[in-house]
Design a protein around this ligand. Structure first.
Ligand code: SAM
Length: 285
């Protein structure tokens, strides 16, 4: 496997940069993503006693929700490529017998221990970072019973998500060498194109594929006000890129410009935008 087709870069990012930021700001991210994750949970319709896999489980918030849904006779396996995220998840899940977490690359590793198979697979924004999404979806399928269900939520394309597109556009005007990634490069918007999602799922061995749009308000910065929302914007990939390319004065100027733009979206002291996602469901034949 070449470096580009492996997930080494994502593993490094989520362990060293994205992961620590997420762990520090976990309540903020949960506040922002809860409505989207809950919609995918409803779509999965988890039953008591089931075994469920939480893909790209992060700090374990949705694994804990799945644990409540499967009850005392069920089991939830959370898997994530980032040891930083899994360490935090393990701390939070320590008192729940039905929960276990593993550090694993969803594209290549065994995800359910032993010869067990899951009844259902869930993910809240944890499926868009694979170098080879079809291989990842096939590997997930190999950990699931025949007839097993899958439900995940992923972002629609950037142009439907101004909460990230607007700050990125502003920052790019201060960047000497704007970097435009291909739309399907691993990252938050890699599953923005529903035809691609359908193709990788079907190529990965899934059937009965449904892809429904879902819109809800996203409250940036967890509703803690414009400074926290600004911090969230500047911690994105666009912000990191800007930081690496410009001097302190230009970075400060760009930060002030982003702050001004976010100020237009303040409602009751929170920075609010519409967020647009896909709720995707499928079944293993
Ligand atoms: C946007 S975060 C979402 C975290 C969590 N699902 C939540 O909603 O709080 C994406 C997660 O996917 C994980 N991830 C990225 N690539 C992965 C891979 N190849 N295998 C397993 N996890 C991966 C990251 O480490 C990160 O925790």
């Amino acid at each position: 496997m070449s470096y580009e087709s492996s997930n080494v870069l994502q593993a490094t990012y989520w362990t060293e940069i994205g992961g620590p930021h997420w762990v520090r700001q976990q309540p903020m991210f949960d506040h922002m993503l809860a409505t989207f994750g809950d919609e995918a949970l409803r779509a999965l319709a988890v039953q008591p006693g089931e075994t469920v896999l939480d893909v790209g489980c992060g700090t374990g918030t949705t694994s804990l929700a799945l644990c409540a849904a499967v009850g005392p006779h069920g089991q939830v396996f959370g898997c994530d490529i980032s040891a930083t995220m899994v360490d935090a998840a393990r701390l939070r899940g320590a008192s729940h017998d039905c929960l276990s977490f593993i550090v694993a690359d969803v594209q290549t590793d065994r995800l359910v221990p032993g010869d067990r198979l899951a009844d259902a697979v869930y993910s809240r924004f944890g499926v868009m970072f694979f170098a080879d999404p079809q291989a990842a979806l096939a590997n997930i399928a190999s950990n699931v019973h025949d007839g097993g269900r899958l439900a995940f939520v992923c972002w629609r394309h950037e142009e439907f998500n101004e909460w990230i597109a607007l700050p990125a556009r502003i920052m790019s005007t201060f960047t000497p060498e704007p970097v435009k990634s291909p739309p399907d490069a691993p990252g938050p918007f890699a599953f923005g194109d529903p035809d691609r999602v359908r193709a990788v799922l079907s190529g990965g061995g899934w059937s009965d594929i449904r892809i429904e749009p879902f819109t809800a308000l996203t409250t940036m910065g967890g509703g803690l006000g414009i400074d926290t929302a600004l911090e969230q914007s500047m911690a994105t990939r666009a912000g990191q890129l800007l930081r690496s390319q410009v001097d302190d004065a230009t970075f400060a100027e760009a930060t002030a410009a982003v702050r001004n733009a976010l100020a237009d979206h303040v409602v009751d002291e929170a920075v609010v935008f519409p967020g647009n996602a896909w709720i995707v469901t499928a079944r293993r034949p």
